[in-house]
Design a protein around this ligand. Sequence first.
Ligand code: HEM
Length: 514
Amino acid sequence: MIEPPAIMVDTRTALYTVIIATVLLLVLSPKKTPTHRPPTVKQYPIVGSFFRYIGWLAKMHMPYYLLELHKDMGPIVVADMFGRDFVIVADPTAAKRILSSSTEFKRDDYLLKNSMDLFEYPLFGMATGETWKAHRKLIQTGMGPQFVRKAFTVTLEVMEHLCRIFDEKIQNSSADEITVDIREYLSYSTLDIIMATSFSIKMDSLANFVKAEESKTVVNKLGSLRSNIDQLSGLLVYRLMVPPILHWFIGAAPSQVANVKMYFKELVDSFVNPRKEGITQEEGDLLDILLTKDEEGNYKLTDSELRDETLSILLAGHETTANALTNVFLALCFNPQVLSRLLDEIDAHLPTITSELLFDDVSKFKYLDKVFRETMRHYPVVFAVDRMAQTDVELMGYKFEKGTIFTVHFNGIHQSKEFWGDDVAEFNPDRFDREGNHDANWFPFSAGLHICPGMKMAIMESKVILIKSLKQFSFELIPGQDFKHVHGVAMRLRNGLKLKVSKRKDGHLYISLF
Ligand code: HEM
């Protein structure tokens, strides 16, 4: 018969042996070799996975397609689109690494490759390299604290104008309310703001839009700036997706786009040349910085570089902000309790319509800051950006060859329960009060080398527009609209956002759902 104490000693020894062996195994075992390929969307010869995404593409719902892929296959997925493989990444640590490296990953100019005849040097599309670096330095210098202060003053002026327009229209209406597509008004307002802030040019596109709307005609050439910008961004997207041989059939051949090209050349010449020739004075604005000369007295940017950078600012800096603001209105419409708290804050800091708003006051609107941040998390206007591997790389446990394209999927990160909690689908500005480094998971302005240089201006401009409009007017959602976002240069509501606007009647604004 076996003595019980002896059994106990043996069991303990065996247990210790197992623990030590496990620890040794973990410490000494070779590093797990990364597997070759992450989960991959099933592809067929020639067509790849075209039939899986064609439905989404046709509805312009590619952002929703990418979210579905993550839901089915995890945070890193290989998907083919238009005959190319993209590694779609929805992990904040991997995203930071991709966006911050100047050796392992770079932006390629694939967005521009088919559109070099239209423009070649816009900062937002240029490959990471020496030309980009020189342009970025100039633009960053020009978008310093003075730029943001100037944007504040300009935004107040434009908002005074916009509020006057709404006031007059409401007074002239029989029902004391008007129906507007708020995105249209925001789009023209942000266009005027960016032109005046960056180049000290008064475009009056908002006024021209209103005149054109009333008379149903385009009032003058300047009024068509927006439509030319729309055409240019559309051409960029179409030319990216359609091979050059087919450009003629979609109206995008060089001869067919000559008018758009000429329009922008004339427009930019009209304000750059007088400044160059000393006919108009220096304004201390971004244009002055873009017109900086080197030690030999030559302009740092060539004529075409200057024209393209001017256009780049217009393209990058106006629809983005207009769509972000439209999304705030959308979010407020669906979340009346958030709106109510926001109005309390606005009323606390600005007791009357005539109360003055100073630059330093904007930072006091803490709840507004959270509402804006939550809107940008919920609906990131730029939902993804691409980078190309410059060497063989290892990422998230997988190996990739040089030349692999990575899509950093901001929307995927922003919609991930892992990083934002189980209530990720809810619109909750208070989530930014919770413990944790929210900035590490928040990418609406990208990160790293190409982080949006206009971010501070965009945030300040948006806050002023919201404070001023919400203080004076009530907004009511028109039912039956399509609230799904479509892709393009920016993620946007397909048909804008129709709202009823009336004067705010008491201390509270009402944005009601239906
Ligand atoms: C809510 C508004 C805005 C959003 C969401 C936004 C978003 C972005 C994002 C995500 C990028 C990075 C692209 C990349 O990583 O490849 C970017 C770049 C850029 N943005 Fe913005 N932006 C906004 C407003 C503005 C404004 C107001 C300006 C100009 C005043 C501006 C000028 C630029 C420029 C020039 C770049 C290119 C930077 C580079 O490649 O080095 N953006 N923006």
